[in-house]
Design a protein around this ligand. Sequence first.
Ligand code: BGC
Length: 523
Amino acid sequence: MPGAVIVHHHNRYKTYPGEVTGFVFYSCLVASVGGCIFGYDIGMAASLTSTESFLLLFFPDIYQQQRDQVITNQYCKFDSQELSLFGSSLFLSAATASLFASPMARAFGRKWTLFYAAVAYIIGACMGGIATTFTMLITGRLLLGVGVGLCIHASPLYLSEMAPAQQRGMLNILFQLMITIGILSASLTNYWTSRFLGGWGWRVGLGMGAVPGSVIALGSLAIPDTPISLLSRGETELARATLSQIRGIGPDDVRQEFDDLAAACEESKAVANPWWELLFTGKYKPQLTFALGVPFFQQLTGINVIMFYAPVLFKTVGFRNDASLMSSVITGLVNVFSTFVAVVTADRVGRRALFLQGGTQMIISQILVGTFIGLQFGLSGTGAISEQYAMCIVLFVCVYVAGFAWSWGPMGWLIPSEVYPLAVRSQAQSITVAVNMCFTAFIGQVFLTLLCHLRFGLFYFFGAWLLLMTIFIAVLLPETKCVPLEEVSHVFRKHWFWRKYVVDTSAEARGAEMRKRIALEMS
Ligand code: BGC
C-alpha cells in the first residue's frame, strides 16, 4: 500500500513506505558515472602501456628494450619502475584528494563534491590528450586523480544515502557496474584507435575521458543532494521535500523515515571531532576494521594485475599485440556482465553469500592460472606457451574476473559505504578510498617486479591472500542486506564477536544509561 505510513518489520528491521522512483534511479545513475571515470582510467593505463607510439614518445628506453628483446626471461620482459609509476601516479593523487573530499562533502554536500571532481577530471583529460612532454602527461594524470579521488568518495555515499534500504545493494552496485563499463570503454577505445588512427590514437583515448566527465558535471547540476546530507547542513525543509520526492510519496508519508534521519543527524552532531572519534576513541572498532580491511583486501585479490596488465600478461603468454588488446576486451565484457549478477542478487542472497562464493571461485582460478603458466614457462621463464594452454589461461582469467565482479568488486564499495554511522561516515569513506587507491598504486607498482621474481608463484601468492580474506569475511562480517542505513550499527551489536566492542551511542541508549544512573543514585 504505497503512500501509507506503515513501519513494519521485515527481517527484524524497519522498512519505510515508498518505491524506487524514476527520479531516484535517474539521480543514482548520474552519481554512479563517478565510477565510470575511475574505470576508464584503469583501462586506459592498461592499454597505453602496451601502445607502441605512446611508449616511443614518453618511454623510449622501454620501447627500445621491448624491440630488441634483450631480455630472454619471459617473466621479466616488461619490468620497468618508470612505466609502473606512470600507472600509479593517478591513484596516489586520488588517495590524497580523497582526504580533502571529507571536509568538502561536509561543507558543500555530496552533489557539489561530484561537480568539482568532474571539472578537475575534464581538465586532466584534455591535458593528457594534448600532452607533448612527460611533465604535461603527468600533470594531466594527477588532475585526473583529483577528479577520481573526489568522485569515488562521493558516489558510493550518495548512492547508499539515496536508496531505500531494500534496494540499497542494487543501487549502490550501479557504481561498480559503471567502473566496469569504464574499463571496457577504455579497452574498446584503445582497440579501435590503435587500429584505425595509428600513431596518435592514444590521444583520442585520453581526451575521450572528458565525455563521462562532462556527464557528471552537467548531470550533477540536475540532481538533488541526499536528504541526510541536506539535514546535516541545516536544510531541514529541503531535506523533507527531497525525501518525499525521491520516495514518490507525500511529506506526511515519509515522516517516519525523516524522523529517523533527523535522529541520526542529531546523534552525529553530538560528535565534535569525527576524525578523533573514529581513530582514537575505540568506539568504531568494527567499522574501522572494515574501512581499512575491505579496500586493502580488495586490492590483494590481485584484480588489478588483470585490469592493468591483461595486455602485457597476454603478450607474455604469447599473444600478438592486437590479440592482447582483444583479450582485454573479452575480460572487460566478462567483468561488466558478471556485475549484473551482483546487481540482481545482493539484496536477495545477501552480501556474505556473494563474498564467500566469489572468493572461492577466485582462489581456484588463481591456482589454475599459476599452474598453467608454471607448467609451460617453467621456473626460468624461457619456455613457450602452446595455444591450448594460452586459451586455458584466458578462460580461467575470465572465471576469476567473473568471481571478482560479483563479490569483492561491488562489495568492496558497498560494505564500507553502509556500515558507518553518519557521524563518521565521510571520514571513514576517505580512509576507505585512500587505502584502496594506495594499494591500487602499490600493486600497479610492484606487479611487474613481483612477476619477475615470484614468477608463476605470483598467482599462488594472491590465491593465499584470497583464502585469508574469505575467512575474514566468513568470521567477521555481519549481514547488512535490507538493514536501514542508520540502523546498521545495531547489527554489529548483535554479532558474536563485535558485540564486545560496540558502544551504543544512540539517543535511546544514552537515555537508558541516564535512567539507570539516576535510579542508582536515588537508591
Ligand atoms: C576496484 C578496481 C578494479 C575494478 C575492476 C573495482 O571495484 O576498486 O580496483 O579495477 O573493480 O572491475
